[in-house]
Design a protein around this ligand. Structure first.
Ligand SMILES: Cc1ncc(COP(=O)(O)O)c(C=O)c1O
Length: 358
């Protein structure tokens, strides 16, 4: 039964935690190379790509920085509609990379027409997007944005933050033409925090070759060189690779389309529940399949609600940043199912009826 209804870290299956207790092996050993090699085909399947998948010992933000440093030649355009789009901008600024953004109001998506008009106005060699904006509960229409962007600029590199959706939502990396798809271990992949993944296209590798200062820890050429031998440049979090191996097997047993459907069903259930009692923050037609942001129209205390939930071992998230208390978030990602969601929502209903009558 799920406890953490927060948008990461998610609950981790006991079998996975147990897998992490396996004895340590050397990271230059055949045993590690075998372990690494086993994960590659399954990672490619999960991210719907034939591309290489880098696995780094970091959270997703590390690979934001890696992608930014390895890809941007002169100027990047960034779609921003919440805190994580803004994080792309912050990463560019702190690396002195020339960046411009297309900003949408929080609760609304980045629409293709605004991105396209920017791309028509100036040459950008890279475009960064957020697939699932966790701060607002928006899913951006990235397939459309990518198709239209490529029609204008065929060689543009497109990097997608799929930190809170990959592994739970149908993202067609190759069909849509995503050059770099980034995610973290602790969201829909339902692993402990500690690893990050980037599916990287040949076109992106070509770009990396043309960039002089790519940094070191996330140098894509170095990562790729080691990947050929099923290794990593520096010491990886080996216990997390055990967990990854075990979790990818569980995910395969469930089946990718079942996994995607489970997330879609949970999202629909939470959205309907919230519409009946509160209001939804994200614009209709663009609502996330992994996290629902709810307007707190009843003015309930989210911290008191969480205190009550915690008596049952459960937890939800307050709104992000300035949206705190004005909104709250229920995540439906990872290994939880509809029964877990129903049990959470029953608890919240009971809490609301008690606070209303007291
Ligand atoms: C959409 C999105 N992007 C990026 C991040 C940052 O990922 P990490 O915390 O793994 O660095 C998060 C974390 O919540 C996220 O939700």
């Amino acid at each position: 039964m799920a406890r953490l209804f927060i948008p990461g870290p998610t609950d981790v299956d006991q079998k996975i935690l147990k897998a992490m207790q396996q004895p340590m092996i050397g990271h230059r050993s055949d045993a590690f190379a075998d372990l690494f090699a086993r994960t590659q085909p399954r990672l490619r399947e999960t991210f719907q790509t034939k591309n290489r998948v880098f696995v780094t010992t970091s959270s997703g933000t590390g690979l934001f920085e890696g992608a930014m440093r390895n890809m941007v030649s002169k100027r990047i355009l960034i779609g921003v509609c919440g805190a994580f789009g803004q994080r792309w901008v912050d990463v560019a600024n702190s690396n002195e990379i020339s960046a411009e953004s297309v900003d949408s109001k929080w609760g609304e998506p980045n629409l293709p027409e605004l991105i396209i008009s920017k791309l028509k106005s100036k040459r950008y060699d890279t475009l960064a997007l957020v697939h699932n904006e966790t701060s607002t509960g928006i899913e951006n229409p990235i397939a459309k944005i990518i198709a239209e962007s490529r029609a204008i600029q065929p060689d543009i590199i497109i990097m997608v933050d799929a930190v809170s959706s990959a592994g739970g939502v149908d993202i067609r990396t190759d069909d849509w033409g995503i050059d770099i798809l980034i995610t973290s271990s602790h969201k829909c992949m339902a692993l402990p925090p500690g690893l990050a993944f980037a599916a990287v296209s040949d076109r992106a590798m070509e770009r990396a070759h043309s960039i002089k200062h790519r940094g070191h820890y996330f140098d894509f050429l170095l990562l790729n060189k080691h990947l050929q031998r099923n290794m990593t440049p520096a010491t990886p979090a080996i216990s997390f690779f055990y967990a990854l191996d075990a979790q990818l097997k569980l995910m395969q047993e469930e089946g990718l389309s079942n996994r995607f459907n489970r997330h879609t069903q949970m999202a629909a259930y939470v959205q309907n529940w919230a519409k009946d009692r509160f209001d939804l923050f994200a614009l209709e037609g663009y609502r996330s399949k992994t996290v629902t942001t709810i307007r707190n129209t009843k003015g309930i205390s989210i911290s008191d609600l969480n205190k009550s939930l915690s008596e049952n071992g459960k937890q939800i998230s307050n709104g992000y940043g300035d949206l705190k208390n004005e909104t709250f978030r229920i995540a439906h990602m990872g290994e939880m199912d509809l029964e877990d969601i129903k049990s959470l929502l029953d608890h919240i209903d009971t809490y609301i009826s008690h606070t209303n009558s007291s």
